[in-house]
Design a protein around this ligand. Structure first.
Ligand code: PA5
Length: 451
C-alpha cells in the first residue's frame, strides 16, 4: 500500500470484522471530507509539509557545519522536540557516541528543566564548537526560554556577544515578543514554524528538519516517505485508503471499551517514536466536550513499551488484565546488522539450540510468540512493519499517524489541534514564578498549596 507499511488489526473475540469496518465507512468518509474542507480553508498545514522542498534547509545546514560546529543542543519541549529526538535516535549512525563531524553534528536534546540534567549537559559542552537550536513555536515556553538564556549567557561570557550570535538558531512562529523578537534583536539565523501547523504536528517543518539536517539525517528520504503516506491519505474511497480503514478499526475497538493503545517497539531505535506518538495521541485526543451542560470525556491512553524488555514486565497484564488495550507492534524486517550467539561448545543441552542464532532472529521469534499469544487471548493487535529503520519508512509512519489522529478527532467530534487542558497548570506556574499580570493565578496556586 501507499504508506509502505502493512498495518493490520487482528484479534479474536474482540477483533474487528469487515462488517464493523463497513459500518463505520460513512462516518469515516464524512471525517475525511471535513479534513479536506479544513485544509482547503488553509488550516491543518501539516498536510502540506511533505510537499515542501528541503533544499534550502540542506544547503544552509551544510554551510553551518562548515563553520566548524561539531555538536548541537536542541532546546525545546513537547512538539518542539519529541519528533526530532525520535528521528535522530532512530536514524543517526550512533546517536550517543563519538564526536560530531562536518558531515553530521553530534546532537543533544534538552527538554526538562531539572537542574541536575541541565547542568550535566551544559557543563560538558565545548561551547566554541556548539550550536544551540532553540525551538518554540510560541516563543515563550518557560522551560525552553530559561535554558536558552542560560546558554546565551554562557556563550557570551566565553566568546563575547558578537561571536555568540553565530551559535544560536531560532525556530519559532513568524511573530512573537519572545524568541522571535530576541532573534531579530541579536541577528540569529532563524526559521519559521508555520502558524497553521500545531506543535505536535510540526516535526516535518523546520522544527524537525533543521536539527536533523544538521545531524546529517536524510531529510529528503523522510519527506519522500511522508509524501507517499499523504497520497494514501488523499484517496477518497474507503476500500483503497488504508488510513481510513485503520482508523475505523481503532474507533470500533474504542467503542467496545478498548481505551488504551500500547505502542510496543521491537527495536531500540524505534522506541523514542513511541514518545512522539504518545504526545500526538494524548494531547490531540484526550478531551472534554460539553454535551448539553454535561462534560463528556474522550480519549485513549497511549502507552509505550519495548520488546523484549516489557515481555518480562508488562505482558502479563496485557494478556490477562482488563481487555482494554490495542497493541500496536513496531516490527523491523531487517536490522542491517548481524550478531550471532557464538557456536563455542559448552552450552547445556537445554540451551544448545541457541548456538549460531542471530540476535535479530531471536528478537523476531519473541515478537511473533508474544503477538500470537495475545491474539490467542482475544486481545486486539496491530503491526506496523518496517523493512529497516530508514528515513523513508519513518516519514510514512509519521504522516500516517498524524492523519489518523486528525480522523480520530473528527470521529470523537473534538478539536484535535488545541490543548485547553494544559493551560490552567501553566497559568498557575506563571503565577508562582512571579509573572506580571498573573497575580490571581499565584493566589489560586497558593491557596491550593495551603489546603
Ligand atoms: O503540541 C503542542 O502545541 C505542544 O505540545 C507544544 O509543542 C509544546 O507545548 C511546546 O510549545 P512551544 O513550541 O510553543 O514551546
Amino acid at each position: 500500500d501507499a504508506t509502505g507499511l502493512k498495518p493490520s488489526v487482528v484479534g479474536d473475540a474482540r477483533g474487528v470484522s469487515d462488517l464493523d469496518r463497513s459500518r463505520l465507512r460513512p462516518r469515516l468518509l464524512k471525517a475525511h471530507q471535513a479534513i479536506r474542507t479544513a485544509h482547503e480553508r488553509g488550516e491543518l498545514g501539516f498536510i502540506d509539509c511533505p510537499q515542501k522542498d528541503p533544499e534550502s534547509i540542506l544547503s544552509w545546514a551544510a554551510k553551518k557545519r562548515a563553520e566548524g560546529f561539531r555538536e548541537q543542543v536542541v532546546i525545546g519541549i513537547g512538539g518542539s522536540s519529541l519528533g526530532s529526538r525520535a528521528l535522530y535516535e532512530a536514524l543517526a549512525e550512533d546517536p550517543h557516541a563519538g564526536e560530531g563531524s562536518a558531515d553530521g553534528l553530534r546532537t543533544h536534546f534538552t527538554e526538562n528543566i531539572d537542574p541536575v540534567g541541565v547542568a550535566r549537559l551544559f557543563d560538558r559542552l565545548d561551547l566554541s564548537k556548539t550550536l544551540f537550536i532553540v525551538v518554540t513555536k510560541s516563543g515563550s515556553t518557560v522551560e525552553t526560554m530559561s535554558k536558552f538564556w542560560l546558554a546565551f549567557d554562557r556563550v557570551c561570557s566565553e566568546l563575547g556577544e558578537d561571536k555568540a550570535r553565530a551559535h544560536f538558531v531560532a525556530i519559532t512562529g513568524p511573530k512573537n515578543d519572545g524568541l522571535r523578537a530576541l532573534a531579530d534583536h541579536y541577528g540569529f539565523d532563524s526559521f519559521e514554524v508555520p502558524t497553521n501547523v500545531g506543535g505536535r504536528f510540526s516535526v516535518l517543518t523546520p522544527v524537525g528538519l533543521v536539527p536533523l539536517a544538521l545531524a546529517g539525517i536524510d531529510i529528503r528520504g523522510l519527506l519522500a516517505g511522508a509524501k507517499r503516506a499523504r497520497e494514501c491519505a488523499a484517496l477518497p474511497d474507503f476500500e483503497h485508503n488504508t488510513l481510513l480503514q485503520i482508523t475505523a478499526d481503532i474507533f470500533t475497538l474504542y467503542e467496545r471499551g478498548v481505551d488504551q493503545i500500547v505502542m510496543m517497539s521491537y527495536s531500540d531505535q524505534l522506541l523514542p517514536i513511541a514518545d512522539w506518538f504518545r504526545q500526538l495521541w494524548a494531547e490531540s485526543l484526550g478531551k472534554a466536550k460539553d454535551r448539553g451542560g454535561n462534560s463528556v470525556h474522550v480519549g485513549m491512553t497511549p502507552i509505550k513499551a519495548l520488546g523484549v524488555i516489557d515481555q518480562h514486565s508488562q505482558v502479563q497484564l496485557y494478556m490477562e488484565g482488563p481487555n482494554d488495550k490495542l497493541m500496536v507492534f513496531l516490527e523491523v524486517a531487517s536490522f542491517g546488522r548481524e550478531l550471532k550467539v557464538p557456536t563455542r561448545p559448552g552450552l547445556p543441552a537445554s540451551l544448545a539450540h541457541l548456538a549460531g542464532l542471530d540476535f535479530g532472529d531471536i528478537l523476531d521469534a519473541e515478537l511473533q510468540g508474544t503477538r500470537r499469544a495475545l491474539q490467542e487471548a482475544g486481545r486486539p493487535t496491530s503491526t506496523w512493519r518496517f523493512d529497516g529503520v530508514q528515513a523513508d519508512d519513518l516519514g510514512s509512519f509519521i504522516f500516517a499517524w498524524e492523519f489518523i489522529t486528525a480522523l480520530m478527532g473528527e470521529l470523537f467530534d473534538i478539536d484535535a489541534f488545541d490543548q485547553p487542558g494544559v493551560e490552567l497548570g501553566k497559568k498557575l506556574a506563571h503565577g508562582l514564578l512571579g509573572r506580571e499580570g498573573f497575580e490571581q493565578w499565584a493566589k489560586l496556586a497558593q491557596s491550593n498549596a495551603d489546603a
